[in-house]
Design a protein around this ligand. Structure first.
Ligand code: ZN
Length: 289
């Protein structure tokens, strides 16, 4: 958790799970760590004296003789994960008003990963129990994430994005707690009830941002007219821009494709061309009851 030092919501969820575990009844091992304690202490996404674009999550599996961040990643990878982990959940956070969601990789994206490992990751993603599942359908273009490296190594792995950074959101922490309990129950580590939402929606991650992201046609003040989870059609207006000088509406923000409103920019002051809403395509709805 908190490879990016400000992504702290999972800390509370894991604390609650750990405090409730009966060690006499636990089957298997639950390992957790703060892999980037310096950025965490600095309350920064990336540690200030080893700046890496994208931070620690672009450095896996690390390097024994690399920068401090790369050395820390290497230590975590070799001591805790590489030959020890059977499953992996990498906890992050997104924007402050983001929903809680799971990111995972489709079978076939990484050629070295077996169908069995991909199926286990997909199952874990669903069992975690978020309303939204974001499926990577094309390879990332740069660096290797912890999830990606672990997955390539044959460890079923998912990323859990738990709300926003630098604050505790207790509703979302409760979802992360529930997710961990669900996964541990499903793996037979603890005896509990798996609780899933009635409907989960799988949305499609693709590289080409212009296909999935609506941009501000011009600068000004951005007012969304949709909310997260809305289903929209290509060409539909998702909001508008007004001038902070005249208060006149100057442009509509248009959906780039059919999809689900996934992320909405928080700060309403925008410049021309700025991404303001992401609208990934919907792959499938899963119904649990
Ligand atoms: Zn992160």
């Amino acid at each position: 958790m908190a490879q990016h030092g400000v992504e702290i919501n999972a800390l509370e969820a894991i604390r609650k799970v750990v405090s409730e575990i009966n060690l006499q009844e636990l089957r298997g091992v639950l390992t957790y760590c703060l892999p980037n304690p310096i950025a965490f202490r600095q309350r920064q996404t990336v540690m200030s004296h080893d700046f890496i674009a994208g931070g620690m999550n672009k450095t896996w599996p690390g390097k024994p003789d690399g920068s401090l961040t790369e050395r820390m990643a290497y230590a975590v990878w070799t001591n805790l994960i590489k030959d020890n982990a059977e499953y992996l959940i990498d906890f992050h956070t997104d924007f402050r008003n983001s929903p809680v969601w799971i990111y995972y990789e489709a079978f076939g994206v990484s050629p070295s990963v077996s169908k069995e490992v991909a199926d286990k990751a997909a199952h874990m993603a669903q069992v975690f129990g978020t309303d939204l599942l974001y499926l990577e359908t094309e390879p990332l273009w740069e660096g290797k994430t912890l999830r990606g490296v672990a997955f390539d190594h044959g460890i079923p792995s998912i990323v859990a994005e738990i709300g926003g950074e630098s604050h505790f959101n207790h509703e979302q922490i409760a979802m992360a707690y529930r997710g961990l309990i669900n996964v541990m129950t499903d793996l037979g580590m603890i005896s509990n009830q798996i609780q899933l939402p009635k409907k989960q929606t799988i949305i499609k991650w693709i590289i080409d941002r212009d296909k999935r992201i609506a941009r501000a046609p011009n600068g000004g003040i951005f007012i969304p007219t949709v909310t997260i989870g809305d289903r929209v059609s290509k060409g539909e207006s998702l909001g508008y821009i007004y001038s902070p000088r005249t208060f006149e509406k100057t442009a509509d923000v248009i959906a780039p494709q059919n999809g689900l409103v996934f992320q909405i920019l928080e700060n309403p002051v925008v410049v021309a061309g700025q991404p303001v809403i992401s609208v990934p395509e919907i792959i499938e709805d899963l119904f649990n009851y």
